[in-house]
Structure formats: C-alpha cells, structure tokens
Ligand binder design. Structure first.
Ligand code: HEC
Length: 111
C-alpha cells in the first residue's frame, strides 16, 4: 500500500518536472528565435487563449509557420520556420504559450 502511494507520488512529480522543463525549453527557444522580432514571449502568449494556441501549434506548428512564410516582413524567419529545428521545438513553444495563455491563470514573471 505504502509502496504504491510512493510510486504514484513519484510519477506525479516526474510529470510535473517534465512539463516544467518543456515550458522552460519553449521559453528559451522563444528568446533565441522569436524575440528579435517580437517583444516578450509572455506578452505574445497572453494575447491568445489556450484553444487558439493549440490550433496555431498543431501539426508541428504548421499554422504559425504559415503566418510567417506568407509575410514579407517576416522574411528573416523563413529559414527557421522551414527548418527541422522548428518542427522539433514547436511542441516546447506550444507548452510555453499554453502555460501563459490568456486563460491559463498564470501571471508571467520576468524573462
Ligand atoms: C523575422 C522576424 C520574425 C521572427 C523571427 C518571428 N516572427 Fe512572428 N511575426 C513576424 C511578422 C512580421 C508577423 C506578422 C505577419 C502578418 O500578419 O503579416 C508575425 C506574426 C506572428 C504571430 C501572429 C500574431 C497574431 O496574433 O496575428 C505570432 C503568434 C508570432 N508571429 C509568433 C512568433 C514566434 C513564436 C516566433 C519564433 C518561433 C516568431 N514569431 C518569429 C515576424 C517574425
């Protein structure tokens, strides 16, 4: 009985840690790749609700990539949005946006 409780608790913390790590990775990627054109990531995150971010980031961030590839002003981001790096990191970005989405209830700290 005690053993399984311990097991459940470890599982819980492990899940918590992994999702924290993904949010952190997403934020790092944002600062590296998006900040030169956009302001604070948490401001961008706050501009949409979770549902809208899920849509934006589904299929490896396809829609977000499309918005940029369509825009001449975003030309300097084209290489990134076409890269496999973006496809790999899109789920971290997604977690980051969801964490700070308008309806997430989280108040952003400084970045
Ligand atoms: C080279 C500059 C540039 C980079 C780098 C860039 N963006 Fe953008 N982004 C733009 C421009 C310009 C638009 C406006 C496109 C349009 O609507 O014509 C835009 C639009 C957006 C929008 C839509 C805003 C809205 O609500 O309509 C989001 C969200 C966004 N970018 C997020 C990101 C993220 C996340 C990254 C990094 C992975 C990123 N951008 C990297 C230039 C950039």
């Amino acid at each position: 009985m005690r053993k399984s409780l311990f097991f459940l608790l470890s599982l819980f913390f492990l899940t918590l840690l992994t999702s924290e790590a993904r949010v952190y990775k997403g934020q790092k990627e944002y600062i590296r790749k998006c900040k030169k054109c956009h302001d604070h990531g948490q401001e961008i995150a706050k501009s949409r609700k979770k549902r809208s971010w899920k849509k934006m980031m589904k299929s490896k961030g396809e829609l977000l990539a499309k918005i940029h590839l369509k825009s001449r002003k975003a030309k300097h981001s084209w290489k990134y949005f076409k890269s496999s790096r973006y496809k790999k990191k899109s789920k971290h970005l997604r977690d980051f946006f969801l964490e700070y989405a308008k309806d997430s209830g989280n108040v952003p700290a400084c970045d």
